[in-house]
Design a protein around this ligand. Structure first.
Ligand code: GLA
Length: 485
């Protein structure tokens, strides 16, 4: 990973994109002797017995996994009941501090004023994009005489409090960046253990609404102490401050080094993995890691506590139109925070349309907050993802990793583990087209463009005659069980 010119050592735990396919059963489906090659996806082809048995196993696995996803712990602050949405400077504007050479794009209050205006005036705020988040390189190189963090006086002459006031006056919220360690990743003053309380108080006094606490230049021991300590310090300020922890990303993102139960108790969201870059390769590596490890990650998410696969790069330079649609759909199915990092002053109408898709946002912000899973990984580079939603709805994403031509994928809802006798109304999330009365047993085809998606929103319109799945939802233990199953 490129740590953008920091001279000092700054290492994350060995993060590997490899490892086991987390949902073992879905792996079984790929390697099953029941060949589902190109031809196997054809209409009406019966599943062989082995695959049918596996799908039954998948179904019960899904029930269990989704039950585990139900929030059992909640952060005391009661915030981020749905994934946070907004804008963040890092991926697009990085640590550009040369305001002489590049006044329009450097990290300065001007940039944030302008982005706040865009969020407020171009329809973003009404859709839920409410946070405007400073990332690294906002601070002066030294703390002041009282040991307090201060913004760079040239680039933020009016100070962070004035920026927060500006943002709040437009009905938005302000996020800030800190780093548990000697320095931030960009070499600015970090928050050492002895600074935790003071920095939390400073942020609260400035009127900050979210804190991203990075983890460069600190040891695993310091992180294990510091991240929970910051949670307590933020709570003690009495100001509601959403807390985003980069802790797991520095510890490889997986157990036993990462304890997702503890994380969900102290953080509202957390970066699990590598930084996103402006490329499709980067998006794919993140998607691979998150879904390879979905057994661990998916149950960790829920209202108030989210996995964060990093910013949306839609509107920048690295993604095609299809790839931009894919990032949006896959982040939504992951119940990921929607933090755009793009230039909202010059964003293209096409990118804006993707980011402002109402139905997409409604799905992302579903109140149940259940993260979706990959349920099919075909050998021929087609994947299917499902996310259960409130009121017996669900979202399906059909994703093509192919690089040849649009691919006609044929399946049925029953094959995708929907109740056999249910009937659905389907809306294509991007195209808007509605298909009425789709029975689970009906075969259907979707045409998926290379590196693109087809995304469906499904509402059940008829109850099955034999509500066997409803009975299972009322299993001892109470609480909600996704009606999808
Ligand atoms: C790390 C983080 C990024 C960004 C930079 C800033 O790399 O993961 O998201 O905050 O630091 O230096």
């Amino acid at each position: 990973m490129d740590w953008h010119g920091r001279g000092l050592q700054c290492r994350r735990g060995a993060v590997s994109a490899g490892g086991r396919e987390a949902w073992a059963v879905s792996q079984l489906m790929q390697t099953a002797s029941c060949e589902r090659g190109r031809g196997g996806a054809g209409p009406g082809e019966p599943l062989c017995a082995a695959a049918a048995a596996m799908e039954a196993a998948v179904l019960s696995g899904l029930v269990l996994a989704l039950a585990l996803a139900l929030p059992s712990v909640a952060l005391e602050n009661g915030l981020a009941r749905t994934p946070p949405m907004g804008w963040m400077s890092w991926e697009r504007f990085r640590c550009n501090v040369d305001c002489q050479a590049d006044p329009r794009n450097c990290i300065s209050e001007q940039l944030f004023f302008e982005m706040a205006d865009r969020l407020a005036e171009d329809g973003w705020r009404e859709l839920g994009y409410e946070y405007i988040n400073l990332d690294d390189c906002w601070a002066a190189k030294q703390r002041d005489a009282a040991g307090q963090l201060v913004p760079d006086p040239k680039r933020f002459p009016r100070g962070i409090k004035a920026l927060a006031d500006y943002v709040h006056a437009r009905g938005l919220k302000l996020g800030i960046y800190g780093d548990l360690g000697i320095f931030t990743c960009g070499g600015y003053p970090g928050t050492m253990l002895e600074n935790v309380k003071q920095d939390a108080q400073t942020f609260a006094a400035w009127g900050v609404d979210m804190l991203k606490l990075d983890g460069c230049y600190s040891s695993a021991e310091e992180q294990a102490k510091g991240y929970p300590e910051m949670a307590r310090a933020l709570n003690a300020t009495g100001r509601p401050i959403v807390y985003s922890c980069s802790w797991p990303a520095y510890q490889g993102g997986l157990p036993p080094k990462v304890n997702y139960t503890i994380l969900a108790e102290i953080c509202n969201l957390w970066r699990n993995y590598d930084d996103i870059e402006d490329s499709w390769d980067s998006v794919l590596s993140i998607v691979d890691w998150f879904f390879t490890n979905q057994d661990v990650l998916q149950p960790a998410a829920g209202p108030g506590h989210w996995n964060d696969p990093d910013m949306l790069i839609i509107g920048n330079f690295g993604l095609s139109y299809e790839q931009s649609r894919s990032q949006m759909a896959l982040w939504t199915v992951m119940a990921a925070p929607l933090l755009m990092s793009t230039d909202l002053r010059t964003i293209s109408p096409g990118a804006k349309e993707i980011l402002q898709n109402r139905l997409m946002i409604q799905i992302n912000q579903d109140p149940l907050g259940i993260q979706g899973r990959r349920i099919v990984k075909e050998k021929y580079d087609i994947e299917v993802f499902v996310r259960p939603l409130a009121q017996a709805a669900s979202a399906l994403v059909f994703f093509s990793r192919r690089t040849d031509m649009p691919f006609r994928y044929t399946t049925s809802l029953a094959k995708l583990h929907f109740p056999e006798d249910a009937v659905y109304e389907v809306q294509d999330v991007y195209v808007g087209k509605i298909i009425g009365d789709l029975k689970a047993a009906d075969n259907f085809s979707v045409v998926i463009n290379p590196s693109g998606v087809v995304m469906w929103y499904l509402r059940r319109t008829a109850l099955p005659v034999q509500p066997w799945h409803v009975v299972r939802q009322q299993a001892p233990g109470g609480g909600y069980r996704p009606a999808l199953l």
